[in-house]
Design a protein around this ligand. Structure first.
Ligand SMILES: *Cc1c(COP(=O)(O)O)cnc(C)c1O
Length: 470
């Protein structure tokens, strides 16, 4: 039995007494009476537990109030908050993918505070369609007859398969049975949609005759999936969109292409590796094309389906559409992003995703040279900070093999011994900053790829809060 200090137990102040302290009155003004009372109770309970366990703890009023204040401040920080993405992956799924342009941020704010004509036709005064706010723009930018929008591209596929192929068969090449991060597997989505997957060809080679051989009375759809997050190289064969469209037409079944990233413009213009565009895919004869709003398009999370009017109308009528539909904040933001595409000449200047992907290495290196001495001063003599060349990734599965020449800061502990642990501690300390900095530990350094860093002042201000580094 531990020795219980009964005098100390009896001396624990009451909650009421603590609430009377001037310091606590200020806390109540900031956080409210209920949270402050709860925090005080938690502190007092912890002290009581410690004393009963025979530990010596202070029950000093100011110490208790100070601890409660710290706990309240921690709880006031939102769980979801902005971070500095210095991972080198521009469209980082775990870090929220595409950064939005100011136009989209303003559009969200404009409709967030109050009512908006989300499903209301201002001309007629009658009910409207929420997707109409983006349909015109999408038709203009892709050449599609009609469009429908849902919560993400996985939802777009679910809706498409469930509408067109429930209880029927969908023919897909074995080389395209993809898994995308976060447990998204095409065969699983297919099963949930109620469609039967018919695999054709082999992992590396699929021919037109494979598709034709698999088509039967139960075939509802030919599906091509852009193998966005990997590439099969060597002895390979795949059937292109135009050929698939021809086969689909011959047998009177629709052909859909899931582009994944699906760019609206030819990225070659900005020196980026080529990626199939939505309009080219439609022009090749695809009846429907699905793609994400927050990958190369550079907008908010959304799944877009464009294509033939009759097919899109069927998708829109599926009750699942109601479960997968977009909210007004996303629609406002998406409309603002799509509007930027009308002016391709200024697109790279205005759309952050494209601007960052196209950012020249020399520009990034100059930022690294600027920041290196400041970061070195912050980290102190136990660390070396070097300007290095590195390679960024586009991310979100787009163009997995292509790397973008970039530059950054390599942070390295000066002492060779215990270097690995020091790196992990520094990485953790950077993540714990009020504006967390996320880098990547690689080859004995903590690498901060600066491609995505535009707010250098904000980054330095965040680093200022770093406690004598790790
Ligand atoms: C990313 C991707 C998806 C899933 O899109 P989300 O918008 O993340 O739901 C589906 N198919 C392909 C080919 C993809 O690249």
């Amino acid at each position: 039995m531990p020795d219980i200090d009964r005098t100390a137990l009896a001396a624990i102040p009451s909650v009421d007494r603590l609430l009377g302290l001037p310091m606590v009155t200020a806390l109540v003004a900031e956080h409210g009476r209920v949270p402050v009372t709860t925090a005080m109770r938690a502190e007092l309970a912890a002290i009581r537990r410690a004393l009963v366990a025979g530990e010596a703890v202070s029950a000093d009023e100011a110490v208790i109030a100070g601890r409660a204040a710290a706990a309240l401040a921690r709880a006031a920080v939102p769980s979801l908050r902005p971070v500095f993405n210095l991972t080198g992956t521009v469209l980082h799924t775990n870090l929220g993918r595409a950064p939005l342009p100011e136009e989209a941020v303003a559009a969200i704010a404009a409709v967030a505070r109050g009512a908006a004509n989300l499903e209301f036709d201002l001309a007629s005064g009658k009910r409207g369609e929420r997707d109409d706010h983006i349909a015109e723009l999408l038709r203009e930018l892709t050449g599609a007859e009609a469009t429908v929008a849902v919560n993400n591209n996985a939802a777009a596929l679910l809706l498409l398969l469930n509408t067109l192929a429930r209880g029927k068969e969908v023919v897909v090449s074995r080389g395209e049975l993809i898994e995308i991060g976060g447990a998204f597997r095409l065969p699983d989505i297919m099963a949930r949609a109620g469609a039967k997957l018919v695999e054709v060809g082999t992992t590396n080679r699929t021919h037109a005759r494979d598709y034709e051989g698999a088509i039967g009375p139960k075939t509802a759809l030919l599906l091509k999936v852009h193998t966005s997050n990997y590439r099969i190289e060597g002895f390979t064969a795949a059937v292109d969109e135009a050929t698939l469209a021809g086969i689909a037409k011959k047998y009177g079944i629709p052909f859909a292409s899931d582009l994944g990233s699906g760019s609206l413009v030819d990225l070659a213009r900005w020196g980026l590796p080529p990626e199939p565009t939505v309009s080219d895919t439609l022009a090749s004869g695809a009846d429907l094309v699905t793609f994400s709003g927050d990958k190369l398009l550079g907008g908010p999370q959304a799944g877009l389906i464009v294509g033939r009017k009759g097919l899109v109308a069927r998708l829109a009528k599926n009750p699942l559409k109601r479960s997968l539909r977009l909210g007004k904040l996303t629609i406002a933001s998406l409309a603002a992003v799509l509007a930027l595409y009308r002016d391709p000449d200024r697109l790279a200047a205005r759309l952050p995703a494209l601007r960052l992907l196209a950012r020249p290495q020399a520009d990034i290196r100059a930022a690294a040279e600027r920041l290196a001495p400041r970061v070195q001063a912050r980290l102190g003599r136990d660390w070396s900070v070097a300007v290095v060349s590195c390679a960024s990734q586009i991310g979100s599965g787009a163009l997995p093999v292509e790397a973008l020449p970039s530059a950054g800061l390599a942070l390295m502990p000066v002492a060779a011994r215990g270097g690995g642990r020091a790196l992990d501690r520094l990485a953790a300390a950077l993540r714990a900053l009020p504006a967390p900095v996320i880098g990547r530990v690689a080859e004995g350094t903590l690498l901060l790829d600066l491609r995505v860093l535009e707010d250098e002042a904000g980054f330095l201000a965040s680093l200022a809060a770093l406690e004598a580094a790790a």
